[in-house]
Design a protein. Structure first.
Lengths: 441, 384
């Protein structure tokens, strides 16, 4: 589906770089040294020109440039030029006049074109340029069905994002979330999977009974969740490709808060089969259980560290719900949160250096990040009833649910808290979002 | 008995006569045979005559004649030798003169040398002169000696003459032909007279020669004196010139000294001027440096403001990140190259840095164009 285009451009780039290096190497050291310490923290300007369509031909069903533009904007790292401000709209490399964009101070330029093929498929080509150097940074040609065009656009966003930030993009990923539709006193619950921007939602499971706590398997092919079908909570694992599911835990009492270990072989969960809500680790294949926590307090919401060696969980053993950390092999739990009277629903950032959690304070519940290196807690949101924060697999964003005017909505915040925005879904009361891992080839 | 012994010893007597005659011939410088024979001496006492063979006597007389002839020739030879000697003396003198002139020439050559040198040379010349005089004296002495020898010869001759007279008397007494004897005697007498004359002439010639030699010597001496005087005068002139030259040299030295003093004064003045100028230049330079520093600070400040304005840092934690870039600009401030020399490792951060510089192009220009540098190094390091 993806044909790499920059392969044939690479030698030219390399030659250019070599020439630059050669002309540069003999110059002496700069005498004048100027220190720059201020700057403005902000999104990098980028020009994304609407993709060209052959005149007279039917425009594609999706506006690729707009999807890319929204993706990059949502990341908080980029600030696409408003379409109306574009000085020119080239779709061919030869038509690019870099000085147009230099004047605007826009360092990056994306152009492209969409061509409808005879078989109904589309050929989409895009190029990313370094405006100041007047060189192409990268360029791809992708082939897609009409229903794949959005995903193609997200893949392009990933390529651009990675080219410009050095970090892997997480636009071509999915999110799972629960919706509750109330009609005539009855509620219908649904487990949904959508693109990372909230588009292309697809119902994975629908039920009159509540569905809670969706959790992605590390390979992204399964979702574990708690369903109250049959009036009692049980943990299921459902294959997203086939739709088949299996019961993972159906012990007496509470079966909740499933969490796949990073290697996918184990699942942490909260069980009250022994009388009190405690954290257990189940070997997924053998279903063998090992109890991790002991005590009279409620211990729940386990989450694995990326290295699989420890877990964090919520416990009220200290009188109020706080986050604790415990080795995966069991042992003594250590408290991690000391700010406020309420900290719950912790989840590890992909780099394992911080936790996203819900921080309660004075009747508000907000998404916060706990820096594990210095124990600093930083509240990222201004909303009042946040729940279920979830990191994007590249750690750049946190997805969470919050209560809007029509009930719960999906919102995203950049990991630094600088960019907050709601996602486009408007499907009733939305709760408990979970960001998928990276797609596996 | 006496006669008998005479006869007995006739041969010996003859020999004695021959010897005496030869001796006489050697002594006599010139013989004039053309002079008429003077009459025989009447003073000759008659002696006891003994008959001798007349032919013997004639032969003897002939022999005497031949011996006389030989003597005369010898005398002539001797005279010529003397003349040659005189000639040699003249030549010697000429040589001396030549030597003197050589000395003179050398003296002239060495005139430029020091006074004492000249004096030495003069002394040497004087010495040489003295030597010449001494030589001349030796020559005179030699002549005196010759004279003395001649007088000795004369004495011996006189003795021989007496013997000859005895012999003649004996001879007369012995011969019949008294006349012949007389004649012989007369001839002998004439001969003697001639010899005397010759001796006198020789003497006169000798005296003349002596006089001439003396005159020559005197002339040489006079010449030497003249030369000496000339040389002395020349030396004096030389000394005078030397003195004048020394004076001129002294004057020149004095002028030189004055000139050197003037030069030294001029140099000192120049040095003072230069120092003054250097001081002023240094003050001017310092002023310029201050202005340059001010302009540079302003220039850097303008660049900082521009780049800061254009630096859009990526959101998120950029604290602790640092990126150094080398920027090439062309006159007018247009950035033509940005190269990361020391990146932060954060792609987005480093890119924002590059873009900040590129967005700032053209960079502000310095007031002082000399502050413009084609290459500027930027260190991007957020403070917060």
């Amino acid at each position: 589906m993806i044909a790499k285009m920059n392969r044939r451009l690479a030698p030219i780039l390399i030659a250019g770089a070599a020439l630059l290096a050669a002309s540069w190497s003999h110059t002496s050291h700069a005498e004048l040294i100027i220190k720059i310490t201020q700057g403005i923290e902000g999104a990098q300007p980028i020009a994304i020109v609407p993709f060209g369509v052959r005149p007279g031909s039917q425009p594609p069903p999706q506006n690729i440039a707009t999807i890319i533009s929204n993706d990059l904007t949502r990341s908080g790292r980029f600030s696409p030029l408003p379409a109306g401000d574009l000085p020119s709209r080239p779709s061919e490399a030869a038509a690019v006049n870099f000085s147009d964009f230099r004047i605007l101070g826009t360092p990056s330029l994306v152009i492209g074109k969409v061509k409808r093929l005879a078989n109904g498929r589309f050929k989409v080509e895009f190029r990313l340029f370094d405006v100041f150097r007047g060189v192409q940074v990268t360029g791809y040609e992708l082939d897609a069905r009409p229903d794949e065009l959005r995903r193609i656009a997200h893949q392009m966003s990933d390529i651009i994002y990675e080219a410009l930030t050095g970090e892997r993009g997480a636009f071509d990923t999915r999110i799972a979330y629960i919706t509750e539709l109330r009609s005539g006193g009855a509620s219908r619950y649904a487990l949904n999977v959508a693109d990372s921007d909230g588009f292309n939602p697809r119902v994975v499971l629908e039920s009159k009974a509540p569905i809670v706590s969706p959790a992605w398997s590390p390979n992204g092919r399964q979702l574990a969740y708690v369903s109250f079908e049959g009036k009692r909570p049980r943990i299921f694992a459902q294959n997203l490709g086939t739709g088949t599911r299996q019961v993972i835990a159906a012990f007496p009492g509470l079966n909740g808060a499933p969490a796949w270990s990073p290697d996918g072989k184990r699942m942490a969960m909260t069980l009250s089969k022994d009388g009190n809500a405690e954290i257990y680790i189940m070997d997924v294949d053998t279903r063998r259980l090992r109890r991790l926590t002991v005590g009279a307090a409620i211990d729940t919401e386990p989450a694995w560290a990326p290295d699989g060696k420890s877990l964090v969980f919520t416990s009220d053993r200290g009188g109020t719900p706080q986050i604790y950390r415990i080795p995966a092999t069991g042992g003594r739990a250590t408290r991690l949160t000391f700010d406020g009277k309420y900290n719950s629903r912790a989840t590890f950032a992909p780099d394992g250096k911080s936790l996203a959690l819900v921080h309660g304070s004075k009747g508000t519940f907000r998404t916060a990040v706990l820096d594990l290196e210095n124990n600093a807690l930083r509240v990222l949101t201004k909303t009042t009833l946040d729940e279920s924060p979830s990191f994007a697999p590249n750690g750049s964003m946190i997805l969470y649910a919050t209560s809007g005017d029509g009930g719960g909505t999906l919102a995203g915040v950049s990991a630094d808290g600088r960019v907050r925005q709601e996602l486009a879904t408007r499907q009733g009361d939305v709760r408990e979002p979970a960001w998928s891992p990276f797609r596996q080839p | 008995m006496k006669l008998k012994s005479f006869i007995d010893n006739f041969t010996a007597t003859s020999l004695a006569i021959i010897v005496h005659v030869v001796l006489l011939g050697i002594l006599v410088l010139s013989l004039d045979w053309s002079n008429p024979a003077s009459p025989p001496s009447s003073r000759v006492e008659p002696v006891k005559a003994v008959v001798v063979d007349e032919s013997e006597v004639a032969e003897e007389i002939e022999q005497i004649k031949r011996r006389e002839e030989k003597k005369r020739k010898n005398e002539e030879k001797r005279t010529r030798a003397l003349e040659r000697e005189a000639q040699k003396a003249r030549e010697q003198r000429r040589e001396e003169e030549k030597r003197l002139s050589e000395l003179q020439r050398r003296l002239a050559e060495e005139r430029h040398k020091r006074d004492d040198n000249a004096r030495k040379q003069q002394e040497e010349a004087a010495k040489a002169l003295a030597e010449i005089r001494r030589q001349r004296a030796r020559e005179l002495e030699e002549l005196e000696k010759l004279k003395r020898q001649e007088s000795d010869v004369e004495k011996r001759r006189l003795e021989d003459e007496a013997a000859l007279a005895v012999l003649a008397a004996q001879h007369k007494a012995l011969t019949d032909e008294k006349r012949k004897i007389e004649e012989a005697k007369r001839r002998a007498q004439a001969e003697r007279k001639r010899v005397e004359e010759q001796t006198r002439k020789a003497k006169a010639a000798r005296e003349a020669e002596q006089k001439r030699v003396a005159a020559v010597a005197a002339a040489a001496a006079a010449k030497a004196a003249e030369d000496k005087k000339r040389k002395q005068e020349a030396a004096e002139r030389e000394a005078e010139e030397q003195r004048k030259r020394a004076e001129a040299e002294e004057r020149r030295m004095e002028e030189e000294r004055k000139r050197a003093e003037a030069e030294e004064r001029r140099k000192l003045e120049e040095k003072a001027l230069r120092e003054q100028m250097a001081l002023e230049q240094a003050q001017l330079d310092a002023q310029r440096a201050r202005l340059r520093d001010r302009n540079l600070a302003e220039y850097i400040g303008q660049i900082q403001a521009t780049v800061n304005r254009n630096w859009i840092r990526p959101p998120g934690a950029t604290k602790g990140l640092k990126c150094t870039v080398k920027v090439a600009q062309i006159p007018g401030g247009e950035v033509i190259r940005v190269v990361i020399t020391n990146g932060s490792g954060n792609v987005a951060f480093d890119r924002s840095v590059e873009n900040a510089v590129l967005r700032s192009s053209p960079l502000p220009q310095p007031k002082d164009p000399s502050l413009f540098d084609r290459e500027i190094k930027f260190e991007f390091e957020p403070e917060d």
